[in-house]
Design a protein around this ligand. Sequence first.
Ligand SMILES: Nc1ncnc2c1ncn2[C@@H]1O[C@H](COP(=O)(O)OP(=O)(O)OP(=O)(O)O)[C@@H](O)[C@H]1O
Length: 565
Amino acid sequence: MICMVLTTAVDWWRARIQSKMKERLTSEFARYILRSKLETDLTGVQANVSSRHSSEASGWYTFKNLLDTVCNVAGVVAQLYLSSTLLSVGHAPIFTVLCLARPILVAVSSKSLSSKPHLVQANDPHFLRMKSLRELGRPMYRQDILTGDIVEHICPEFRRAVNLLGDTDIRDPSLQYQRSNGLASHILTKLARDLPMLYYSANAVYNWAGFNLTAIAALHQCESLLHSTFESAFDSVWTAAEQVNLAKAVYDLEHVVHKMESGDLPYPPLGRPHEQGMAVELRNVSFSYAGSTSNALNNVTLSIKAGQLIIIVGANGSGKSSIVKLLTSLYDATSGSITVDGEDIRSYRLTDRRHATAALTQDHHLFPLSLRENIGIGNPAHVADMGMIRTAAKQGGSEGVIAKQAEDFETVLRQAFGTQYSNGVKTTDKTLLGEAFDKILMTPAADVSGGERQRLAASRTFMRFTSSDVKLVCVDEPSANLDPEAELQLFNNLRLVREGKTMVFVTHRFAHLTKHADLILCMKEGAILESGTHEELMALDGEYRKMSEIQAKAFIEFQDRKSHL
Ligand SMILES: Nc1ncnc2c1ncn2[C@@H]1O[C@H](COP(=O)(O)OP(=O)(O)OP(=O)(O)O)[C@@H](O)[C@H]1O
């Protein structure tokens, strides 16, 4: 009775601290995983560094499994001791071996992928097609599917893929692997279970003097306990091995392929006054993206002096954005050299290089945070400074966008869902729960248009300019979603904060910018075709002049249309 009370008390106490420990360890691993993910370079993201095996819960389950293993082994030792005291000296080892037979057979014959290094790839074309078609149910495809009126095409195609797949086993590969044990080993393991019973039954018949009924009953009980403890001990040893691998995978995230090289030099270099902006030189730089067979940049040589305003123009795919990605340290050059203020770019600390550059592109996303934080985060040191945030909003042209939102600067676009589910409650129920559920589901998520998103992203970049660390600004066609007036305003505002910064503009609509440019680069097929000032390039009568004239024509047509309206 004392044992029972003690066990219950320990169990109660264990359940309480277990849930607390689980939450703590899981949150700690979640923080670790988040940091690793946030720090992964674009090269790492493209290399698709798998995080399939690294989950927040891994650490906890590893810890729990190791404890279970220790408990199970202790249980086995205790039960072996008990059975040996019940048996005469000669019988104890045989009885133990017979009890061990089944768990050992199960362990030897069972096949598990978990502790083996393995690779899995689905290659059945019908399975892959079925998966792809199933993806089309995601909300991101909804508009294309509705406007394309293709529901009636997708459903039969899905059925066709399923039919073609037939009876192919599509369960998890580890389950498929486990199943393939032969019938003989199956029968053998079943038989092994009865070995101890056979042994003491035979002994009871042939050696009845050495066995009494009480001993048999106690042994029977002991044997069942031993079976289950052995089995769970083996199980927990296997699972612990697997869990340790999973926990290791979380720590491996830290060694993710960060291909970007980082040096030791601080930037700006200590003791060197740095008021003018970053000076950059590219010498015979070639660059190709991971997995790509062709070069995005071929032997590019160019010199950007501190504080200059550079404009890069050229056809689609000519390598303009790739130059920006090298300048903003998103990638390293494949060959050739890039120097910043006279030193190899890779000799500077990567974090310093990133502090010193700011980029405004058309690929920015708004974070699921308040609009205030979305802008303020541009300069984390002043994330709560409403004065600076309002100025940045004005400069980026997002003041009006924010004023339109229900909660002004505090509006959160696409708030992450917390816990949200219902059980047996429908939105149509005329009950308090039904109404509450309806309200939860019907609260529309605030959203903005493409151009408005662009303005908010621009405001974040303006906020970033408030940091005196920024010495190079790269603006890569941020105007794709902006109307011409907003675009002009944005460029003018960007020029106004140019002081002490080198600026690189990539644009297709360069007419109003050229007069401010110190240098214009015209690119074609990954190389710089022409470079110089607007007048010099016009005099060359080449690609730049052609593009410029097409643009001027389009501009005149636009002005004509505007005056007619
Ligand atoms: N992530 C990527 N992976 C592989 N290849 C890429 C990637 N991004 C760009 N490329 C290729 O690199 C080359 C140069 O692309 P880049 O984006 O630099 O051109 P761009 O002049 O900026 O084009 P656009 O005017 O269309 O923006 C193109 O051939 C493109 O297909």
